[in-house]
Design a binder for this molecule. Sequence first.
Ligand code: ATP
Ligand code: MG
Length: 350
Amino acid sequence: MKQTLLLLPGDGIGPEVVAEVRRLAGVVAPDLELQEGLVGGASYDAHGTPLTDDTLDLARKSDAVLLGAVGGPKWNGVSRDKRPEAGLLALRKGLDVFANLRPAFCFPALVSASSLKPEIVQGLDIMIVRELTGGVYFGTPRGIDEKGGLRRGYDTSIYTHPEVERVTRVAFEVARGRDGRVCSVEKSNVMETGLFWRQEVTLAHAEHGAGVELSHMYADACAMELVRAPKQFDVILAGNLFGDILSDEAAMLTGSIGMLPSASLGDEGTPGLYEPVHGSAPDIAGQGIANPCAAILSLEMALRWSLGREKAADALFAAVGSALEKGARTRDLGGELTTRQMADAIIAAL
Ligand code: ATP
Ligand code: MG
């Protein structure tokens, strides 16, 4: 059966970088059927909503979904539930994705672009697996109110057994394709959900962790170790809040935000959602100078994690590395290439 990849270019530089994804897909996976839809502000302008039921339907029926970026100042006045960002949230929810994968990989050619010393980032290759659906971001009750004359704000941190188990299994699976080590991160010294997280991950390891080495670390220690000696990590597994913070921190170890892809995965057999870490970058949109690598590496992750095309993924990853090796650089990397020329350099390397 034909595999389909749904492209949702979105807003700002989204369409510019996704155009290059389309070309690259044509080279590394010519038999892949590409479809296209609207999301974010682009969808709001056309249909009055940032994600239509038809587009969500199309996404659910695809083998993988690749999104460019959503949002921009144009939609600042739009009500919260119709904002471009709401389209992305609806898409994540509609696809039931719960594990967010963010690599922090330092291409050898870009070691000098990092703000850290070369010996710290040379050879850096971490994957952060963040739980995406639970924890303090979604727990109830939550609110801001006044009780007994005291003004207060509160959230609830809660995790259930299935939530921790399913994301832990993804982390083990990811580790098996890498160095086989998972470091689980929480605050079990001061939080019940932290203690629960550690217990559940340990149980899941006994049951599903064959061949995987598991360790635990407090989130504050991990934040420190990521800057001091990041190469000690292989896979970092964390809940929603700590994963959010640590993945942004890890991203900054590697240089430009224009290089970073991400994947959001659900149960096996359901389509994954792939997107660059960067946003719609309104400050450079329309100029044709955005770095397409984050989007192209998101395609690489889609080939690997949803489409079962490991060889094509490997080839694409190697081509990005070799284009950089030959000096190909967009502006964010200190070069002069346009979006299109950067993609050309990667195609040439293929
Ligand atoms: P969002 O809220 O959607 O995450 P943001 O405001 O956090 O957006 P980005 O849109 O990611 O930020 O942009 C942050 C900065 O990085 C901007 O100056 C932007 O121009 C730059 N940037 C982002 N993506 C790229 C890219 N692909 N190539 C070059 N520069 C980029
Ligand atoms: Mg941002």
